[in-house]
Design a protein around this ligand. Structure first.
Ligand SMILES: Cc1ncc(COP(=O)(O)O)c(C=O)c1O
Length: 374
């Protein structure tokens, strides 16, 4: 294709202006890339908070059975999945919005409710997509500093809400800090907000706290409350890209106008439906992840590198030489996630793997710490 002279027409002007300083979401390094770069024969990615135990066998079977229908477009309304989710959460089907990952749901919501001149409030160490989606929407980022222990400072966030604030985003548990807010604290926060504020409560890791916290969907009250969940974490379907939000039907009717016609592919729909029906399998894997998380946190504490308590499927490492530790772990085929993009230069986020993967991590970390501390 012939290259267009930039001077010929200002064809990139608005897009360039709007994306100034917009840094793309940086995912964990792919395993294949590390194997190539380091000439290794084994590597494990502990950088994207996936479920290391994989998906439910029922979900895999459903996808295999769906292969012969791949020449057809998927159900654009996700009718079956929507009604299964509505039944699960005791809401109407029109109170469910399904997306290509909960990431799409978050972006749609922010794009729909915040535009030029509007503000979106979130915590500085809140999930990075809130900042990216706000900027992409042309809205103003109102990032609020966290508490000293890297939790949401709800008082400061409430104080940051003003007449221009259209959306507030909170991840609970939060990624990347792993912190958890109680429903009481959240309700007290919601009670002081203007009623028209859209509040996105991102519960991508909810299954990991389901035994210690009441279901927010049954507990929290606010007209503009949107609770988002995903099949990418506990359900082990990150590769399918399917997540959803529950909210007031009128609010979602508006968001639906921004949605692509066939945003959720058929494999994702059938896999999610089958996985929903295999709750025991999911909760068994959640229990395994939590047991392994506890083992890692004790080991990190013994090594003097525990970065805080996590309520999700990852652990936090804190060390003044976090960058050096990351490089040396990668030399050993272990891929953690750096958190410098959040201003957390001393931290690494490490997803909980299988027991064998975690053994490799701990062995590698023991050796690496000896190297960086000499
Ligand atoms: C807090 C949080 N929300 C949303 C997402 C997006 O997940 P997905 O798009 O896979 O549903 C993630 C992914 O890491 C996350 O950590």
């Amino acid at each position: 294709m012939a290259e267009i002279e930039q001077t010929e027409v200002d064809w990139l002007g608005r897009a360039v202006a709007q994306t100034q300083g917009l840094y793309p979401y940086i995912p964990g390094k792919p395993v294949e890339q590390l194997l190539r770069e380091k000439g290794l024969s084994y590597a494990v990615k502990l950088a994207s908070n996936e479920n290391a135990y994989g998906p439910s066998p029922k979900a895999m079977l459903a996808m295999q059975q769906a292969v012969s229908e791949v020449h057809r477009y998927p159900d654009g309304d996700c009718t079956e999945l929507k009604s299964a989710l509505a039944a699960r959460h005791d809401v109407q089907a029109n109170q469910v919005l399904i997306g290509n990952g909960s990431n799409e749901v978050l972006e749609l919501l922010i794009r729909c409710f915040a535009g030029a001149g509007d503000e979106v409030v979130y915590s500085q160490c809140g999930f990075i997509v809130y900042a990216l989606a706000t900027q992409a929407a042309g809205a103003i980022q109102a990032a609020v500093p966290d508490t000293a222990d890297l939790g949401h400072d709800l008082q400061a966030m409430a104080a940051a809400v003003n007449a221009k604030t259209k959306v507030v985003c909170i991840a609970n548990p939060n990624n990347p800090t792993g912190t958890l807010l109680s429903n009481d604290a959240l309700q007290a926060f919601l009670d002081v907000l203007p009623r028209q504020t859209v509040v996105i409560l991102d519960e991508a890791y909810d299954e990991f706290v389901a035994d210690i916290k009441a279901d927010s969907l049954q507990t929290l009250k606010h007209p503009g409350l949107v609770v988002s969940r995903t099949f990418s974490k506990a359900y082990g379907l990150a590769g399918c890209r399917v997540g959803y939000a529950i909210a007031d039907a009128r609010l979602l009717a508006v968001v639906n106008r921004f949605r692509e016609p066939f945003n959720v592919n058929n494999f994702a729909q059938v896999a999610a439906l089958a996985a929903l029906d295999d709750g025991d399998w999911v909760m068994d894997k959640v229990a395994k992840v939590k047991a392994e998380r506890a083992r890692l946190e004790i080991a990190f504490d013994d090594l003097g590198v525990l970065g805080g308590k996590s309520y999700a499927n990852f652990v936090l490492l804190k060390h003044a030489k976090a960058g050096g530790i990351l490089n040396k772990l990668e030399d050993k085929g272990i891929i953690p996630r750096p958190l410098a993009g959040y201003g957390l230069n001393d931290y690494l986020r490490i997803s909980v793997g299988t027991a064998e993967e975690n053994d490799k991590l701990l062995n590698g970390l023991n050796a690496v710490l000896k190297q960086v501390e000499v």
